[in-house]
Design a protein around this ligand. Sequence first.
Ligand SMILES: Cc1ncc(COP(=O)(O)O)c(C=O)c1O
Length: 402
Amino acid sequence: MEFRRINGLPPYVFATINDLKASARRAGRDVIDLGFGNPDLPSPDVAVGKLAEAAYNPRNHRYSASRGIPKLRSAITGLYQRKFGVELDPETEVVTTIGAKEGFSHLMWVLVGPGDTALVPSPSYPIHIWGPLFAGADVRQVPLQGPGTVSDDAPDPGEAFFEGLMHAWEESWPKPRVIVLSFPHNPTTACVDISFMERLVAFAREHEVVLVHDFAYADLGFDGYRPPSILEVPGATDVAVEIYTMTKSFSMAGWRVGFVVGNREIVQALTKLKTYLDYGTFQPIQIAAIVAMNEAPDYPKEINQIYKSRRDTLCDGLNRIGWHLVPPKGTMFVWAPIPEPYREMGSLEFSKYLVSEADVATSPGIGFGPGGDSHVRFALIENEQRIGQAVRHLRSALTKLG
Ligand SMILES: Cc1ncc(COP(=O)(O)O)c(C=O)c1O
C-alpha cells in the first residue's frame, strides 16, 4: 500500500538500539540504559495526589477545553512571571498542548505549508525536522556544534550557529518563514545567552520571519548558567513563540502537558486548529499540573541538581578513562564525540558496539540527522551508581583508549 507521508520516513535508528537492548536484557544481561531521554525521576507528590483526587470527580471525566482550562493558563503565566519576569495574557497569549511534541507539530501546520521553508538546526530533535516536512514545507538545516572536546579553543556554538543562520537566510529563496530554535539544545547540549536571543529577535523583526523556540530544557542549566527565555527580549512577542513543557522541568513526561506561549496571532491560530483536532488533556491532569506549578515551584531546581550530579559522574568518569569531552552547561544529556580510534565505525555501529561489549545503551548521533554521526548521546536517566558502573564497563570495552 502507498502511504505518501509515511513511506518517505527513514527507519527510526533509535529502534535498532532499543531492540538490541531488549534482546540483551532478555538474555539476562544488565544493560545500563542511557539511550532514550525518558526521565526516571518521579513527578511531584502534590501532583500525583491531586490527580488521584480529581480523577474521582465525574465532572472531570467530560471533554475538556482543547486550549486548556483557564487556571492552567494562569498557572503558566504565573510561572513565566516568577521565573523570567515575562508578562503574558492567559486569555490570548497561551495555549495548552498535549506535550511539546504535539504542540510543535501542529504549530508547523499553522505556520508553514507547501512552498515555504523552515530553517532548523542540524543535528536536531527529530520532530524539529519532520514537523515542517509533515506540514508540506521544505527544511534547510543549519549546522550546530556542541561544546566539543576542549573547552578553551572551542568556538562558541551560538556564534557559529548564528553565522550559519545568516548564511542560510542569504542563500534561501523564497525567504524562510520560520526559524526553529531550541536552547539548551537536544542533542548537542549547545547553550546560548540572552544576547543571542536579542540578535535573533532583531533579525526576525526586520525580516518578518517567525521564531519558534522549543524550551524543553528551560530548567536544566548548570554551573551558574540560567537558560534564557526568548520572551525576555523586549518586543519578542511580535515575532516569537516559545514552547514550555512539564516533561523535564517537573519530570511529568507521561502526563503530556506543554504550552505554546507568546505571539498572540500565532497562539490564536494554533488554538483554532486544535479545536478541530483534540479536546485537550484529560482534565484531572490539567488540574494536577496547576498544583505542580503553584505548589511545587522549586521542584525543577531539585531535578536540576540531580541531573547535574549525574552529569558530573559521567563526564568526570569519561574524562578519567580517556574519553575527553567538555561537560554540558544544560540539558539532561551528554553529547560525546566518538573517540578517534572508533570514529570510522560511525555512530550506529559504535552504539551497537557499546551495547554488545559494555552493556551500555546510548543514542547514535545519526538518529538526529547526518550532522550527528560523529557523536553518541548519553541521556542521564540512570542513577549515579549505575552511571559509575557504566563508566567502568566502558573502560573495559574501549581498549583502544589506552
Ligand atoms: C527539544 C525537545 N522538545 C520536546 C521534547 C518532548 O517534550 P514533550 O514530552 O513535552 O512532548 C523533547 C524530549 O526529549 C525534546 O528534547
